[in-house]
Design a protein around this ligand. Structure first.
Ligand code: AMP
Length: 394
């Protein structure tokens, strides 16, 4: 069965076509600069990558090119062969706790909570509309980034703010990257060979979050109402004292939107280092002796370790710690620094095994109290699996 996994951003559209249940990728690609000048798309097929410069005035035009590629490359003979399209969607608030078939209610939820994900939710709706136009007979499924975290208990998701902020304005922790946390926590259970596990997933990318997962269910995560909570990120500050905001507005005269921009786009690794939001540049700066890059790395590592320590205590122990996403999968030195700081728990790095990028691997030694793994995430596959399951049930 042909299943398409789609991730629509405000000016981009990524896709992967799977043959299910074999989980074989048939074709993948990305459309970029949709609605702006110099737009183009790249298709990956049979190990080859081809870029086409074309005008992409909107998402519907992009889906038109996508369907043309599918037909011309004989991936399908007719678009009706595509039985399901899974759409990555960010914010479903507390209304959606699993992947769901898109209907009017689901579209209303995506629309209703767009204030909580102003860049992502409107883009998802545009993507859903464009694909429905070309593939009206397929089952369209929304896979929400927040859904996996819906199992958090109240004491984990509530903030200590006036209760009416929750009841009247939906202010609570929702968490993000749920599809990645779900994929990695499932995969580690497969590796461990059991489901009664306590695991910590460290999704360390440009955006980053940790989750504590007990028996396959999330009990806490580091992102909050928005993605700007928890660990230090590329350009997001993560956890800060909330009163910094009124203080800095008062002493600088900055507006709320200027402060919001500074906390989302000019903070994190970029803000501390003054060099870059990209951890590779910060790593290079630190290796060259740049003190602010060293400080940025130290704060980054410390925050991750703080969350691991917190989740260790909350879960009453840990069976495995997993590293995933750009930094988690590729930054040997970041993993080393994190694991070194966990030695108090009896965790022991295997330096040779840790010399790995983007590959599933156990990176701690045999006598480590807790095994740590690199597990490359695969959100597209998770989307395809959930979509396939819902098409199959239909
Ligand atoms: P993501 O958001 O998952 O694509 O991750 C992006 C982050 O991964 C950026 O900060 C990159 O610098 C980082 N990253 C990617 N490759 C490497 C690498 N080889 N070493 C260190 N960091 C990397």
């Amino acid at each position: 069965m042909k299943i398409l996994a789609v991730n629509a951003g405000s000016s981009s559209l990524k896709f992967q076509m799977y043959e299910m249940p074999q989980e074989k990728v048939l074709i993948s690609g990305v459309f970029e600069r949709i609605g702006i000048d110099n737009s183009f798309y790249t298709i990956k097929l049979n190990g080859e990558k081809i870029t086409h410069e074309v005008e992409l005035s909107n998402h519907s035009v992009a889906v038109g090119f996508l369907t043309k590629e599918l037909l011309e490359n004989n991936i399908v003979d007719s678009l009706d062969e595509i039985k399901g399209v899974g759409h990555r969607t960010v914010q479903g608030a507390d209304k959606i706790s699993d992947s769901v078939i898109v209907n009017e209610y689901v579209e209303d939820i995506i629309q209703k909570y767009k204030t909580l994900a102003p860049l992502h939710n409107p883009a998802s709706l545009v993507g859903i509309k464009a694909f429905k136009e070309y593939m009206p007979n397929a089952v369209h499924v929304a896979v929400f980034d927040t859904a996996f975290h819906q199992t958090m208990p109240e004491e984990a998701f509530m903030y200590a703010v006036p209760y009416e902020w929750y009841t009247e304005h939906a202010v609570r922790k929702y968490g993000m990257h749920g599809t990645s946390h779900k994929y990695v926590s499932r995969r580690i259970n497969e590796i461990l060979g059991r489901n009664d596990t306590k695991v910590i997933v460290c999704h360390l990318g440009n955006g980053g979050s940790l989750s504590a997962v007990v028996n396959g269910k999330c009990i806490d995560t580091s992102m909050g109402l928005t993605p700007n909570a928890g660990i230090v990120m590329g350009s997001r500050c993560g956890d800060i004292d909330a009163s910094i905001i009124p203080y800095i507005m008062e002493v600088t005269g900055m507006s709320i939107s200027e402060v919001d921009k500074a906390l989302n786009k000019e903070s994190g690794l970029l803000g501390i280092s003054g060099v870059s939001s990209d951890s590779r540049d910060v790593e290079k700066g630190a290796n060259d002796g740049n003190k602010r890059c060293i400080l940025a790395q130290n704060i980054y590592v410390r925050r991750v370790v703080e969350y691991i320590a917190k989740y260790y205590v909350l879960m009453g122990g840990v069976d495995a710690i997993c590293f995933t996403a750009g930094i988690g999968e590729n930054s040997i030195s970041t993993r080393e620094k994190i694991i070194e700081r966990l030695s108090v728990l009896g965790i022991k790095l295997d330096k040779e095994a840790n010399n790995v990028r983007g590959e599933e691997k156990l990176i701690t030694s045999k006598d480590s109290s807790i095994p740590c793994y690199v597990i490359p995430t695969n959100e597209e596959l998770m989307i395809a699996r959930d979509t396939y399951n819902l098409v199959d049930e239909k």
